[in-house]
Design a binder for this molecule. Structure first.
Ligand code: BES
Ligand code: MN
Ligand code: MN
Length: 457
């Protein structure tokens, strides 16, 4: 059967596919840091050339930020759009890497071979699984399986500032029957999965200022209010002792999962003790009356991502600082409104500032959560195709992370998204020593070949 020939081609081409991924991983496409602008450009050029090599007419399309890569290939229906991102997270703390993050290598580990390097799992390895499946299809059949649009972004890791304007300006060109997004993971590193729920994200980055300059803490301590003390109290007050977030109206739009969904999640047998144990923890920190999977998939959060102020250098300095700063983010679910939550947060913060204190915000937009409808028969077809490739039956799962484009595909182009990815929980994405298992890469491309075969059937 012709799918078997494609799968065999993927098996025999694995070394060459790995070399191609390694070449892409050597490009230092860190999107947040302007110092890497030329490298982001180079990654886009590399992808344009690679897509052209499989007969896709592809272009690097400028934006005010990093370029998008858009490619089209004509063919019979259905019309699929594939999305991935070629930008990567910064590498720091660089001293915790065991090798140069941009000099990738294949390593043998107890759990099998891994491809080590920044972006191996998030998202270069993942996006190449789809391109490799297409390459093998073309080699076997002489053309791609159907009409496909490729849409590869270079700003995902820096909040996608150019994405919405670009999608609005090119909505007709980016409209397909369904979007396939490869930027998520397997369930518990093992069970293939289609992610149907993504949390939204809202960030607040701010500085509060009390005294007009840093003060001697002997001369002023006791009479002058310390902004770090004020900030600490504000942060502490965001959660109550049961783990609930205290902002008024915060839970508006947070839905209760149906009994059907909850029992399906129960059936997944999530081992939260192992999940936490693998990172040195013991107890779930969320709302105490919720099951652990709910805490990650269907409940909103508030986390302090960074906090700074005062003297942090060597030795001791008896300073009473003028300023204190923090970056706080909220993961959102259901129909929680990022703008309303920003307002509630700012009102709470400003209510808790002592007289004379000021606050300055440096913040950009937020993105709401998204929920995929799985009514389109494409979902069951893809689920069957994934189940054929992996030892376990594929599951519909939630995801604690955020991929705002899934929501934009719906609101801007009216298209549903299907999120399929092969990352594992221990891939260390965004962290030192990021890796992608060779198994994820190999079975990932085989999975896409099967999904493509199922979707055109
Ligand atoms: N690929 C991730 C999203 C993800 C995380 C999927 C964990 C599956 C498991 C994506 O690149 C990412 O990091 N998203 C950011 C949001 C973005 C706006 C910076 C996130 O979730 O923090
Ligand atoms: Mn990603
Ligand atoms: Mn990421």
């Amino acid at each position: 059967m012709s799918l078997d020939a494609v799968l065999e081609k993927l098996d025999s081409d694995l070394p060459a596919a790995t070399d191609r991924l390694m070449a892409l991983l050597r490009i230092q496409s860190v999107s947040t840091d302007p110092a890497y602008k030329a490298e982001c450009d180079r990654a886009a050029d590399w992808l344009v050339a690679d897509l052209e090599s499989i007969g896709v007419s592809a272009e690097k399309r400028p934006t005010p930020g990093h370029p998008m890569v858009v490619g089209h290939v004509d063919g019979p229906g259905p019309h699929l759009l594939f999305y991935g991102h070629y930008d990567v997270q910064p590498v720091d703390p660089i001293e915790l890497w065991d090798r140069d993050p941009f000099d990738p290598a294949i390593e043998d580990t107890e759990a099998g071979q891994v491809i080590r390097g920044r972006g191996a799992s998030d998202d270069k390895g993942q996006l190449m699984t789809f391109i490799e499946a297409c390459r093998a299809w073309k080699a076997v059949h002489g053309s791609l399986p159907c009409k496909i649009t490729f849409f590869l972004e270079g700003e995902e890791e820096s909040g996608s500032p150019s994405l919405v304007p670009f999608m609005k300006a090119n909505a007709d060109e980016l409209k397909a029957d369904i979007a396939l997004i490869c930027d998520t993971g397997l369930f518990e590193s093992r069970v293939p999965a289609i992610t149907t729920m993504l949390r939204g994200l809202l960030g607040e980055d701010f500085t509060i200022t009390g005294p007009s300059r840093d003060l001697h803490s002997g001369m002023y301590g006791g009479i002058a209010m310390n902004p770090i003390r004020v900030l600490s109290k504000i942060i502490t007050g965001l959660h109550d002792e049961t783990g609930r977030i205290t902002l008024p109206g915060f839970y508006d739009g947070v839905p209760e999962m149906s009994d059907e969904i909850l029992s399906q999640w129960q059936g997944l047998g999530f081992d939260h003790e192992k999940f936490l144990g693998d990172v040195g923890l013991k107890e779930p920190a969320g709302e105490q009356d919720r099951m652990p999977l709910e805490m990650i998939w269907s409940r909103p959060t508030c986390d302090v991502n960074g906090i700074w102020g005062g003297y942090t250098g060597a030795g001791f300095k008896t300073v009473l600082p003028s300023k204190a700063s923090a970056k706080i983010s909220f993961r959102l679910v259901g129909t929680q409104d990022p703008d309303a939550i920003r307002k509630a947060f700012r009102a709470y913060l400003e209510d808790n500032l002592p007289p004379g204190f000021t606050v300055e915000y440096r913040t950009d937009k937020g993105a709401p959560a998204s929920q995929m409808s799985i009514e389109d028969p494409a979902f069951e077809k893809a689920r069957q195709a994934l189940s054929d490739e992996w030892p376990d039956t594929a599951a519909y799962i939630g995801c604690g992370g955020s991929i705002p484009i899934a929501g934009y595909f719906k609101t801007i182009t009216g298209m549903d998204s299907m999120l399929i990815g092969f990352g594992k929980d221990d891939d260390q994405i965004h962290s030192p020593n990021e890796k992608y298992d060779m198994e994820s890469f190999h079975k990932g491309m085989r999975s896409w070949a099967r999904v493509l075969a199922a979707l055109i059937a």
